[in-house]
Design a protein around this ligand. Structure first.
Ligand code: GDP
Ligand code: MG
Length: 598
């Protein structure tokens, strides 16, 4: 059939195992991207992605390939995001493929995200080609890692390919395996159109660009299409492929991977996971598994200067244009003034957005400590979801409070098992399983409150395992817990932006730690500053900053007016981000104090 020369595949790997490097070698070897130096790591396009070495937005590329036997193929490489925050996107990208290259670093072996990605691939019935990478390194053990993969995953590794993505050694064998081992796509060109959206982004010239995989049917430029979940109709203005630059094509049929523009203004017009069909003959069987993405981590974003509110809003709108998972809405805080409540998929996603706001838009922000969403059942039976601790209703009107839980798998060498168990117990975890992968490597499974992870779990995990642990997690449910709101007061005033929700048993210790951190991060003033932590009206911790003596200040500034003014000006620049609360200056660090208060 017409699809017999198409191969659609992804590369899956644990972070740093060589996915991007292998993709680059493939592009080079097939002549798609010219010289090696010109575009190192072609697929990781965004600057931030390159710096962090992760892929945030999937890039897809069509690769013409002539096999050793002379037959011509079209390979569609669908790159997937490389972080647990983006696992829904990964699963949609995999759903658009028939096969995957499983890259495992032969010096490291199977890691948490290797397994998580393999399970996703198996869920979509993908054919998997194991690729053992980094064999140029003397410490690599491809045979050992091959038997590890067989043992752990149950994947036949007799024809695993050992490569060095760095030097290019054996990468040609990977290309041959793709055409030999991966099935060609199936699909009926005469059936009603069914196309799976696996990525979409906003382009200032074309509007929304939709990346999709045609499952059945044919789409032509000019066709009126229908988005299945929203029932909204659009006219197709462009169809094309990336190879690697955008190239228009007149039509796309079964098995094809390409892009479409249809005068869409907003990413919500083309949600990832949704099905595109034709107005005149719509499908009745959309691709299954569509779900709306929901943010899981929230924080307040406030401009340092009130005048920066509008520019900040514009910046947030621009970022949202290209990031369907990022949400924000206006919020007011007594302490911080007018700002925004923003929602993210996870902590990494949050950091990326904050960093982009500062780098690309020059925004000067005060960001409050991240929070998860809580499910509140009121005494009158109503249920609401709260993503801002300061918005929690009065304690007497709450019947119960529930927090999100995740299931986490941690892979670790056995000498660190004790340390990991201790950490998970401290974080209110419930151990579910522990098994040996090999005689020296262990998988530990825990259910943990997501709120405990949002704080400093990953840093702690890294430090107690000297960086040897890897982990993966997924959300499971909301669970009731004895949670309370902890307020922070400065000179008797509640600072709403510093409120946190904590487990009652830990509230006292937590409150003391935050109060101390706050006291230490608030510069001493000319008058006394009292920091308190309270649950309702009950004060559980108190710290005091004694006033500076007048002559000390005089000495500080040396009485030199210009110097004093200069110093003040420098402060104003926002070098130290401060917010005035009553008469007390609170620096940005204070808002993060709660994070590091263990
Ligand atoms: P990704 O996170 O899976 O995309 O991994 P990258 O492709 O970014 O590779 C992570 C690191 O491993 C980079 O520093 C690469 O240069 C290095 N690397 C990738 N493949 C090889 C290889 O075959 N040999 C060696 N020595 N290093 C490699
Ligand atoms: Mg990468």
């Amino acid at each position: 059939s017409s699809t017999s020369n198409i191969r659609n595949f992804s590369i899956i790997a644990h972070i740093d195992h060589g996915k991007s490097t292998l993709a680059d070698r493939i592009l080079e070897l097939t002549g798609l991207v010219g010289d090696r130096e010109r575009r190192e790591q072609y697929l990781d396009k965004m600057e931030l992605e390159r710096e962090r070495g992760i892929t945030i937005k999937a890039q897809t590329v069509r690769i013409p390939y002539t096999a050793k036997d002379g037959r011509k193929y079209v390979l569609n490489l669908i790159d997937t995001p490389g972080h647990v925050d983006f696992s829904y996107e990964v699963s949609r990208s995999l759903a658009a493929c028939e096969g995957a290259l499983l890259v495992v670093d032969a010096t490291q072996g199977v890691q948490a995200q290797t397994l998580a990605n393999v399970y996703l691939a198996l869920e979509h019935d993908l054919e998997i080609i194991p690729v053992l990478n980094k064999i140029d390194l003397p410490s690599s053990d491809p045979d050992g890692v091959a038997s590890e993969i067989e043992e752990i995953i149950g994947l036949d590794c007799s024809s695993a390919i050992s490569v060095s993505a760095k030097t290019g050694l054996n990468v040609d064998a990977v290309l041959e395996a793709i055409v030999e081992k991966l099935p060609a796509p199936k699909g009926d060109p005469e059936a009603p159109l069914r196309a799976l959206i696996f990525d979409s982004w906003y382009d200032s010239y074309r509007g929304v660009v939709v990346m999709f995989r045609i499952l059945d049917g044919t789409i032509k430029k000019g066709d009126r299409i229908l988005i299945h979940s929203t029932r909204r109709a659009f006219e197709t203005t462009n169809l094309g492929v990336f190879s690697p630059e955008a190239k228009d094509v007149p039509e796309l049929g079964p098995g094809d991977v390409g892009f479409m523009c249809a005068n869409m203004k907003d990413l919500s017009d083309a949600p990832v996971g949704d099905t595109v069909t034709l107005m005149r003959n719509p499908t009745t069987t959309p691709f299954p598994g569509f779900k709306e993405i929901k943010p899981m981590v929230f924080c307040g974003l406030y401009p340092v200067e009130p005048a920066e509110y509008d520019p900040l809003k514009t910046a947030l709108e621009k970022l949202q244009l290209n990031d369907a998972a990022f949400r924000f809405e206006p919020e007011t805080s007594q302490a911080l003034g007018f700002g925004f409540r923003a929602g993210f998929l996870g902590l990494l996603h949050m950091e990326i957005i904050q960093e982009r706001l500062e780098r690309e838009f020059g925004a000067k922000l005060i960001a409050t400590a991240p929070s998860v969403a809580y499910k509140v059942t009121a005494t009158d039976g109503t249920v609401l979801v709260i993503d801002n601790p300061s918005k929690l209703p009065e304690q007497q009107s709450i019947a119960s409070l529930a927090e999100p839980f995740v299931r986490m798998e941690i892979h670790v060498p056995n000498e660190f098992v004790g340390a990991v168990l201790k950490l998970c117990e401290e974080k209110r975890g419930i151990q579910k399983d522990m098994r040996y992968l090999t005689s020296t490597r262990v998988i530990i499974t825990y259910e943990l409150p997501f709120a405990e992870i949002v704080y400093d779990f990953f840093d702690k995990l890294k430090s107690v395992t000297k960086g040897y642990a890897s982990m993966d997690y997924e959300f499971i449910d909301f669970r009731e817990a004895d949670l309370v709101k902890l307020d922070m007061l400065i000179n008797g005033d509640v600072v709403d932006a510093l409120a946190v929700i904590v487990h009652r048993e830990r509230a006292a210790r937590y409150g003391r730690a935050v109060a101390l951190k706050l006291k230490n991060s608030i510069p001493r003033q000319l008058y006394e500053v009292i920091v308190q932590a309270a649950i309702g009206t009950r004060v559980i911790a108190r710290e005091r900053n004694a006033p500076l003596r007048k002559n000390v200040t005089a000495k500080c500034y040396g009485g030199d007016i210009t110097r004093k003014r200069k110093l003040l000006e420098k402060q104003k620049e926002g070098k130290k981000r401060m917010k005035k609360m009553g008469s007390v200056e609170i620096p940005q660090e204070a808002f993060l104090a709660a994070l590091k208060a263990d």
